[in-house]
Design a protein around this ligand. Structure first.
Ligand code: DLL
Length: 435
């Protein structure tokens, strides 16, 4: 039986959601036009006045917001309320460039707690649960977001933060954690450590995991579920929009419901900016319609995904987004073949490997090269060199036939690829060193 934290809105008819969105969008546009210089200038330049936005059908008239805008207005230039009303700051540095800062009012924190509480209810958690938060606490939004969500549902919240993996296992065991929140790559690492400590999932009490902040595949989901003896759910979010909980997975485990009473989602063609119909793949764009401190209009996430309005068996009516395939800036172009690391991960896990891999990209004699380094299991490692070469060949062929990608494949020793307690670094692009 599905459990909803806020059933009235989570299962509301589409028309009701639309009415809420229309009203909140109009409000937000007026507020940002009056309070944020960047929006006033952008809208003036585009010839759009707040009164031109009468419903979400007019959304496309509004200009986009880019990460660069947040850098240019660093640190407080995009706040729509006086700083005296901002009660918390978070920040994200991303992989490149200057960090960006976002702010929350007391009401913003309440909305954030609500959306994380919806995620926790959707995985079957309630006040009887022990929620173990192993996302990093600090300026990163992962730790604090799930933390306030867990408190909101009255669960016993365990703010472990990330790192010190043997200690995580001790706490899982001794404190009786039932829900684990961390990145999927850290979940896998915790699972491996459990095994190395001679323990099994029966020695701990986990029933569900809330894993996000990075792309991960169905193969990795199965692996984590087996290693930790739980059901693994995806959660999506980004600092600029709120943090974790922008979209959340339900018991169906087939995509994430976007919290449409707080965020309007669009899919656009990343090259032309044109809005694409539901069902087509493109760049995900969000507009925040309840945030007071840091409302953001049509934010270009650079994440690639697809939306679906198909009825969900959980009873929620919020639109669903697919697992994002990756970010436009993470897409690798290897001799003309476009490929996301997550597609390579799908092939690796289908071939029975765990998601401990690294992609080394380089340019040799003006030609791009890709070396897929994957850890072998202990039993393969003890195999003959000939058999290991055979396995490498098989994987190389699988990558070629499934993705059209010719790559070098190297099976490396178990435990030789550095583990991550946060977001895994999958790609080492040596081409950047030559530029
Ligand atoms: O990663 C917020 C978060 C924390 C989400 C904990 C989920 C759980 P940032 O550090 O700003 O915020 O990174 C945001 O991470 O644009 C995506 O590219 C990626 N991302 C986040 N969740 C997912 C996911 C947090 N479930 C960026 N699947 C986003 C794939 C994800 N990518």
């Amino acid at each position: 039986m599905a459990k909803y934290f806020q059933p009235e809105i989570e299962t509301a008819p589409l028309e009701t959601i639309r009415e809420i969105q229309n009203e909140r969008l109009i409000n937000t546009v007026n507020r940002v036009y009056n309070n944020v210089e960047l929006y006033r200038e952008r809208m003036n330049a585009a010839g759009v006045k707040p009164e031109d936005i009468r419903s979400i059908d007019d959304l496309h008239k509004l200009p986009f917001t880019y990460k660069q805008d947040l850098r240019d207005t660093y640190p407080y230039g995009m706040m729509a309320v006086p700083m005296s009303e901002v009660v918390e700051l978070h920040a994200s540095s991303g992989t490149t460039g200057k960090q960006i800062v976002v702010g929350y009012t007391e009401n913003d924190l309440k909305s954030w707690a609500d959306i994380c509480a919806r995620q926790l209810y959707a995985v079957g958690a309630d006040e009887n649960d022990y929620v173990h938060v192993a996302y990093g606490y600090g300026l990163f939004t992962g730790g604090f977001g799930l933390h306030i969500g867990a408190k909101r549902i009255g669960a016993t919240t365990i703010p472990v933060s990330s790192g010190n993996t043997p200690r995580q296992i001790t706490i899982l065991k001794d404190f009786g954690s039932t829900v684990l929140c961390c990145t999927p790559s850290y979940a896998l690492y915790i699972g491996e450590t459990l095994e190395q400590m001679g323990l099994t999932p029966d020695d701990i009490s986990l029933k569900a995991g809330i894993f996000g902040a990075e792309p991960w595949t169905e193969g990795m989901r199965k692996d984590i579920e087996k290693k930790l003896g739980l059901k693994a759910y995806d959660i999506y979010g980004l600092t600029e929009v709120m943090g974790p909980g922008v979209a959340f997975e339900c018991e169906e485990q087939s995509g994430m419901h976007v919290n449409e009473d707080h965020f309007i989602v669009e899919i656009i063609d990343p090259d032309t900016g044109e809005v694409l119909p539901v069902g087509e793949e493109g760049e995900i764009v969000f507009t925040c319609i309840t945030k007071e401190a840091f409302p953001i209009l049509r934010y270009r996430t650079r994440d690639i995904g697809v939306l679906s309005r198909e009825k969900c068996s959980c009873g929620r009516t919020f639109i669903k987004m697919s697992k994002p395939r990756g970010r436009t800036d993470d897409m690798l172009i290897i001799r003309g073949v476009n490929v996301f690391p997550s597609q390579i991960e799908t092939v690796l896990t289908q071939q029975g490997y765990s998601a401990n891999y690294q992609l080394i990209v380089d340019r040799v004699n003006n030609t791009d090269t890709l070396d897929v380094r994957v850890e072998m299991s202990a039993d393969v490692f003890s195999d003959t060199v000939r058999n290991i070469s055979k396995k490498e060949y098989e994987l190389k062929e699988a990558l070629k036939s499934l993705l059209g990608l010719s790559a070098k494949v190297t099976l490396v020793e178990p435990q030789s690829i550095e583990r991550s307690t946060g977001k895994a670094v999958r790609v080492i692009d040596k081409r950047k060193l030559h530029d």
